[in-house]
Design a protein around this ligand. Structure first.
Ligand code: GDR
Length: 348
């Protein structure tokens, strides 16, 4: 008998939710996407959600709604990808970041515990869904060692990073308190052609396309010295699924182990379109962050050993894919749609 596999995903309208839902549907899962509000939502890039995704309503701020969502979906796996994921916003609304990105994790764990009837005397058991939490390299923050592994101490540098660290430790605590199969994937930056336009890779790929097509002349950026470990989102959601398929729950780092500066990113992206970045990039001090994460580089030994996971798409392939996609997007889309995406990236 084949048991039905049912996944409940929060953050279904975001980049990772979109890739993950697609992979799970292809593998025969029933996919439930949790959304706030009413009606059938659109993904953040404006495209409709995959028609096979079943929408359930719920809000990470509201405990009762999460219990109802878990009851309705009756999932075998829960992926908590919902968060306020754009780091700078977390300084403007630190308490909202704590509620959604931090305490939201706790509320989802509580919903699962409540529906499954787990308590101090009844730990673990059948019918309890496996839980994946989207933890992040932002928890390492002010890094004391490089590359960063599962045992590197945390020193988050933004309210976002602090909220994520709270969620991370809660997952560990529910695993130890109730025997839940709950894991956190500590994922380094991961990008794609459907990355939100406010993040630096997409802002740059859109900027390069807009300059190439003569729509704008300048791209204003913040810290060009920051170094990141950038990979392709499709590879990382595959890793999330592998983490839930382990025999024993264990938190694991996913990254590429290769680091580039924002300056490298800009240089490569402009060169890919036959342009010189020095003619088009300006530093705008207003885009500098109150506290910066200077350097991130993943140690992926554990992911290789334990999961047999490695990224398939290189930094160069990723950025070329994003620039080519945005050239197509801005060439083909109606003026208003093109302007809207450039406005979101702060380019228009
Ligand atoms: P990050 O991603 O904060 O690392 O978090 P982002 O792409 O926003 O910034 C990366 C680095 O680029 C520098 N930078 C700029 N960033 C943006 N967004 N816009 C600019 O104009 C700009 N200029 C320079 C930043 O200072 C930073 O150093 C992402 C998010 O997806 C998180 O949710 C996730 O947890 C981590 O990745 C892993």
């Amino acid at each position: 008998m084949i048991l039905s596999r049912r996944a409940l995903i929060t953050g279904i309208t975001g980049q990772d939710g979109t890739y993950l839902a697609r992979q799970l549907l292809e593998s025969g899962y029933e996919v439930f996407g949790m959304v706030r509000g009413q009606g059938r939502p659109y993904a953040r890039d404006g495209s409709p959600l995959h028609p096979d995704i079943r929408v359930v309503s719920g809000d990470l701020l509201d405990q009762t709604s999460l219990i109802a969502a878990v009851e309705q979906a009756s999932p075998t796996e829960v992926y908590n990808l919902g968060a306020l994921s754009y780091v700078p916003v977390s300084w403007k609304q630190p308490a909202v970041a704590a509620e959604v990105t931090g305490k939201g994790v706790l509320r989802m764990l509580e919903a699962i515990r409540n529906v499954a009837g787990l308590n101090a005397s009844r730990t673990t058991g059948s019918g309890v869904p496996r839980f994946y939490q989207a933890s992040t390299s932002e928890m390492f923050g002010k890094v004391r060692e490089t590359p960063q592994s599962e045992s590197t101490p945390f020193h988050p540098r933004s309210p976002y990073g602090v909220a994520k660290a709270f969620g991370h430790y809660m997952v560990q605590n529910y695993r130890e308190s109730y025997g839940m199969f709950a894991v956190s994937g500590i994922l380094f930056n991961h990008e794609s052609p459907i990355r939100g336009p406010e993040f630096v890779t997409r802002k740059v790929s859109l900027g390069v396309a807009a300059v190439k097509l003569g729509l704008v002349d300048k791209l204003r950026l913040g810290n060009l010295d920051a170094e990141r470990d950038w990979g392709f989102a499709g590879d990382y959601v595959r890793g999330m699924r592998m983490m839930l398929a382990q025999d024993e729950p264990e938190d694991i780092v996913l990254g590429t182990g290769v680091t580039h500066s924002v300056r490298d990113l800009v240089e490569f992206a402009f060169a890919h379109a036959g342009l010189d970045w020095r003619d088009h990039v300006e530093v705008d001090p207003r885009l500098l962050r109150p506290a910066e994460v200077e350097l991130l580089c993943a140690d992926l030994s554990r992911a290789r050993e334990k999961l047999g996971w490695k990224p398939e798409v290189s930094f160069e392939e990723l950025i070329a894919m994003m620039v080519d996609n945005d050239l197509r997007l801005l060439t083909e889309s109606e003026n208003a749609a093109g302007e809207a995406v450039l406005e979101q990236a702060g380019l228009w």
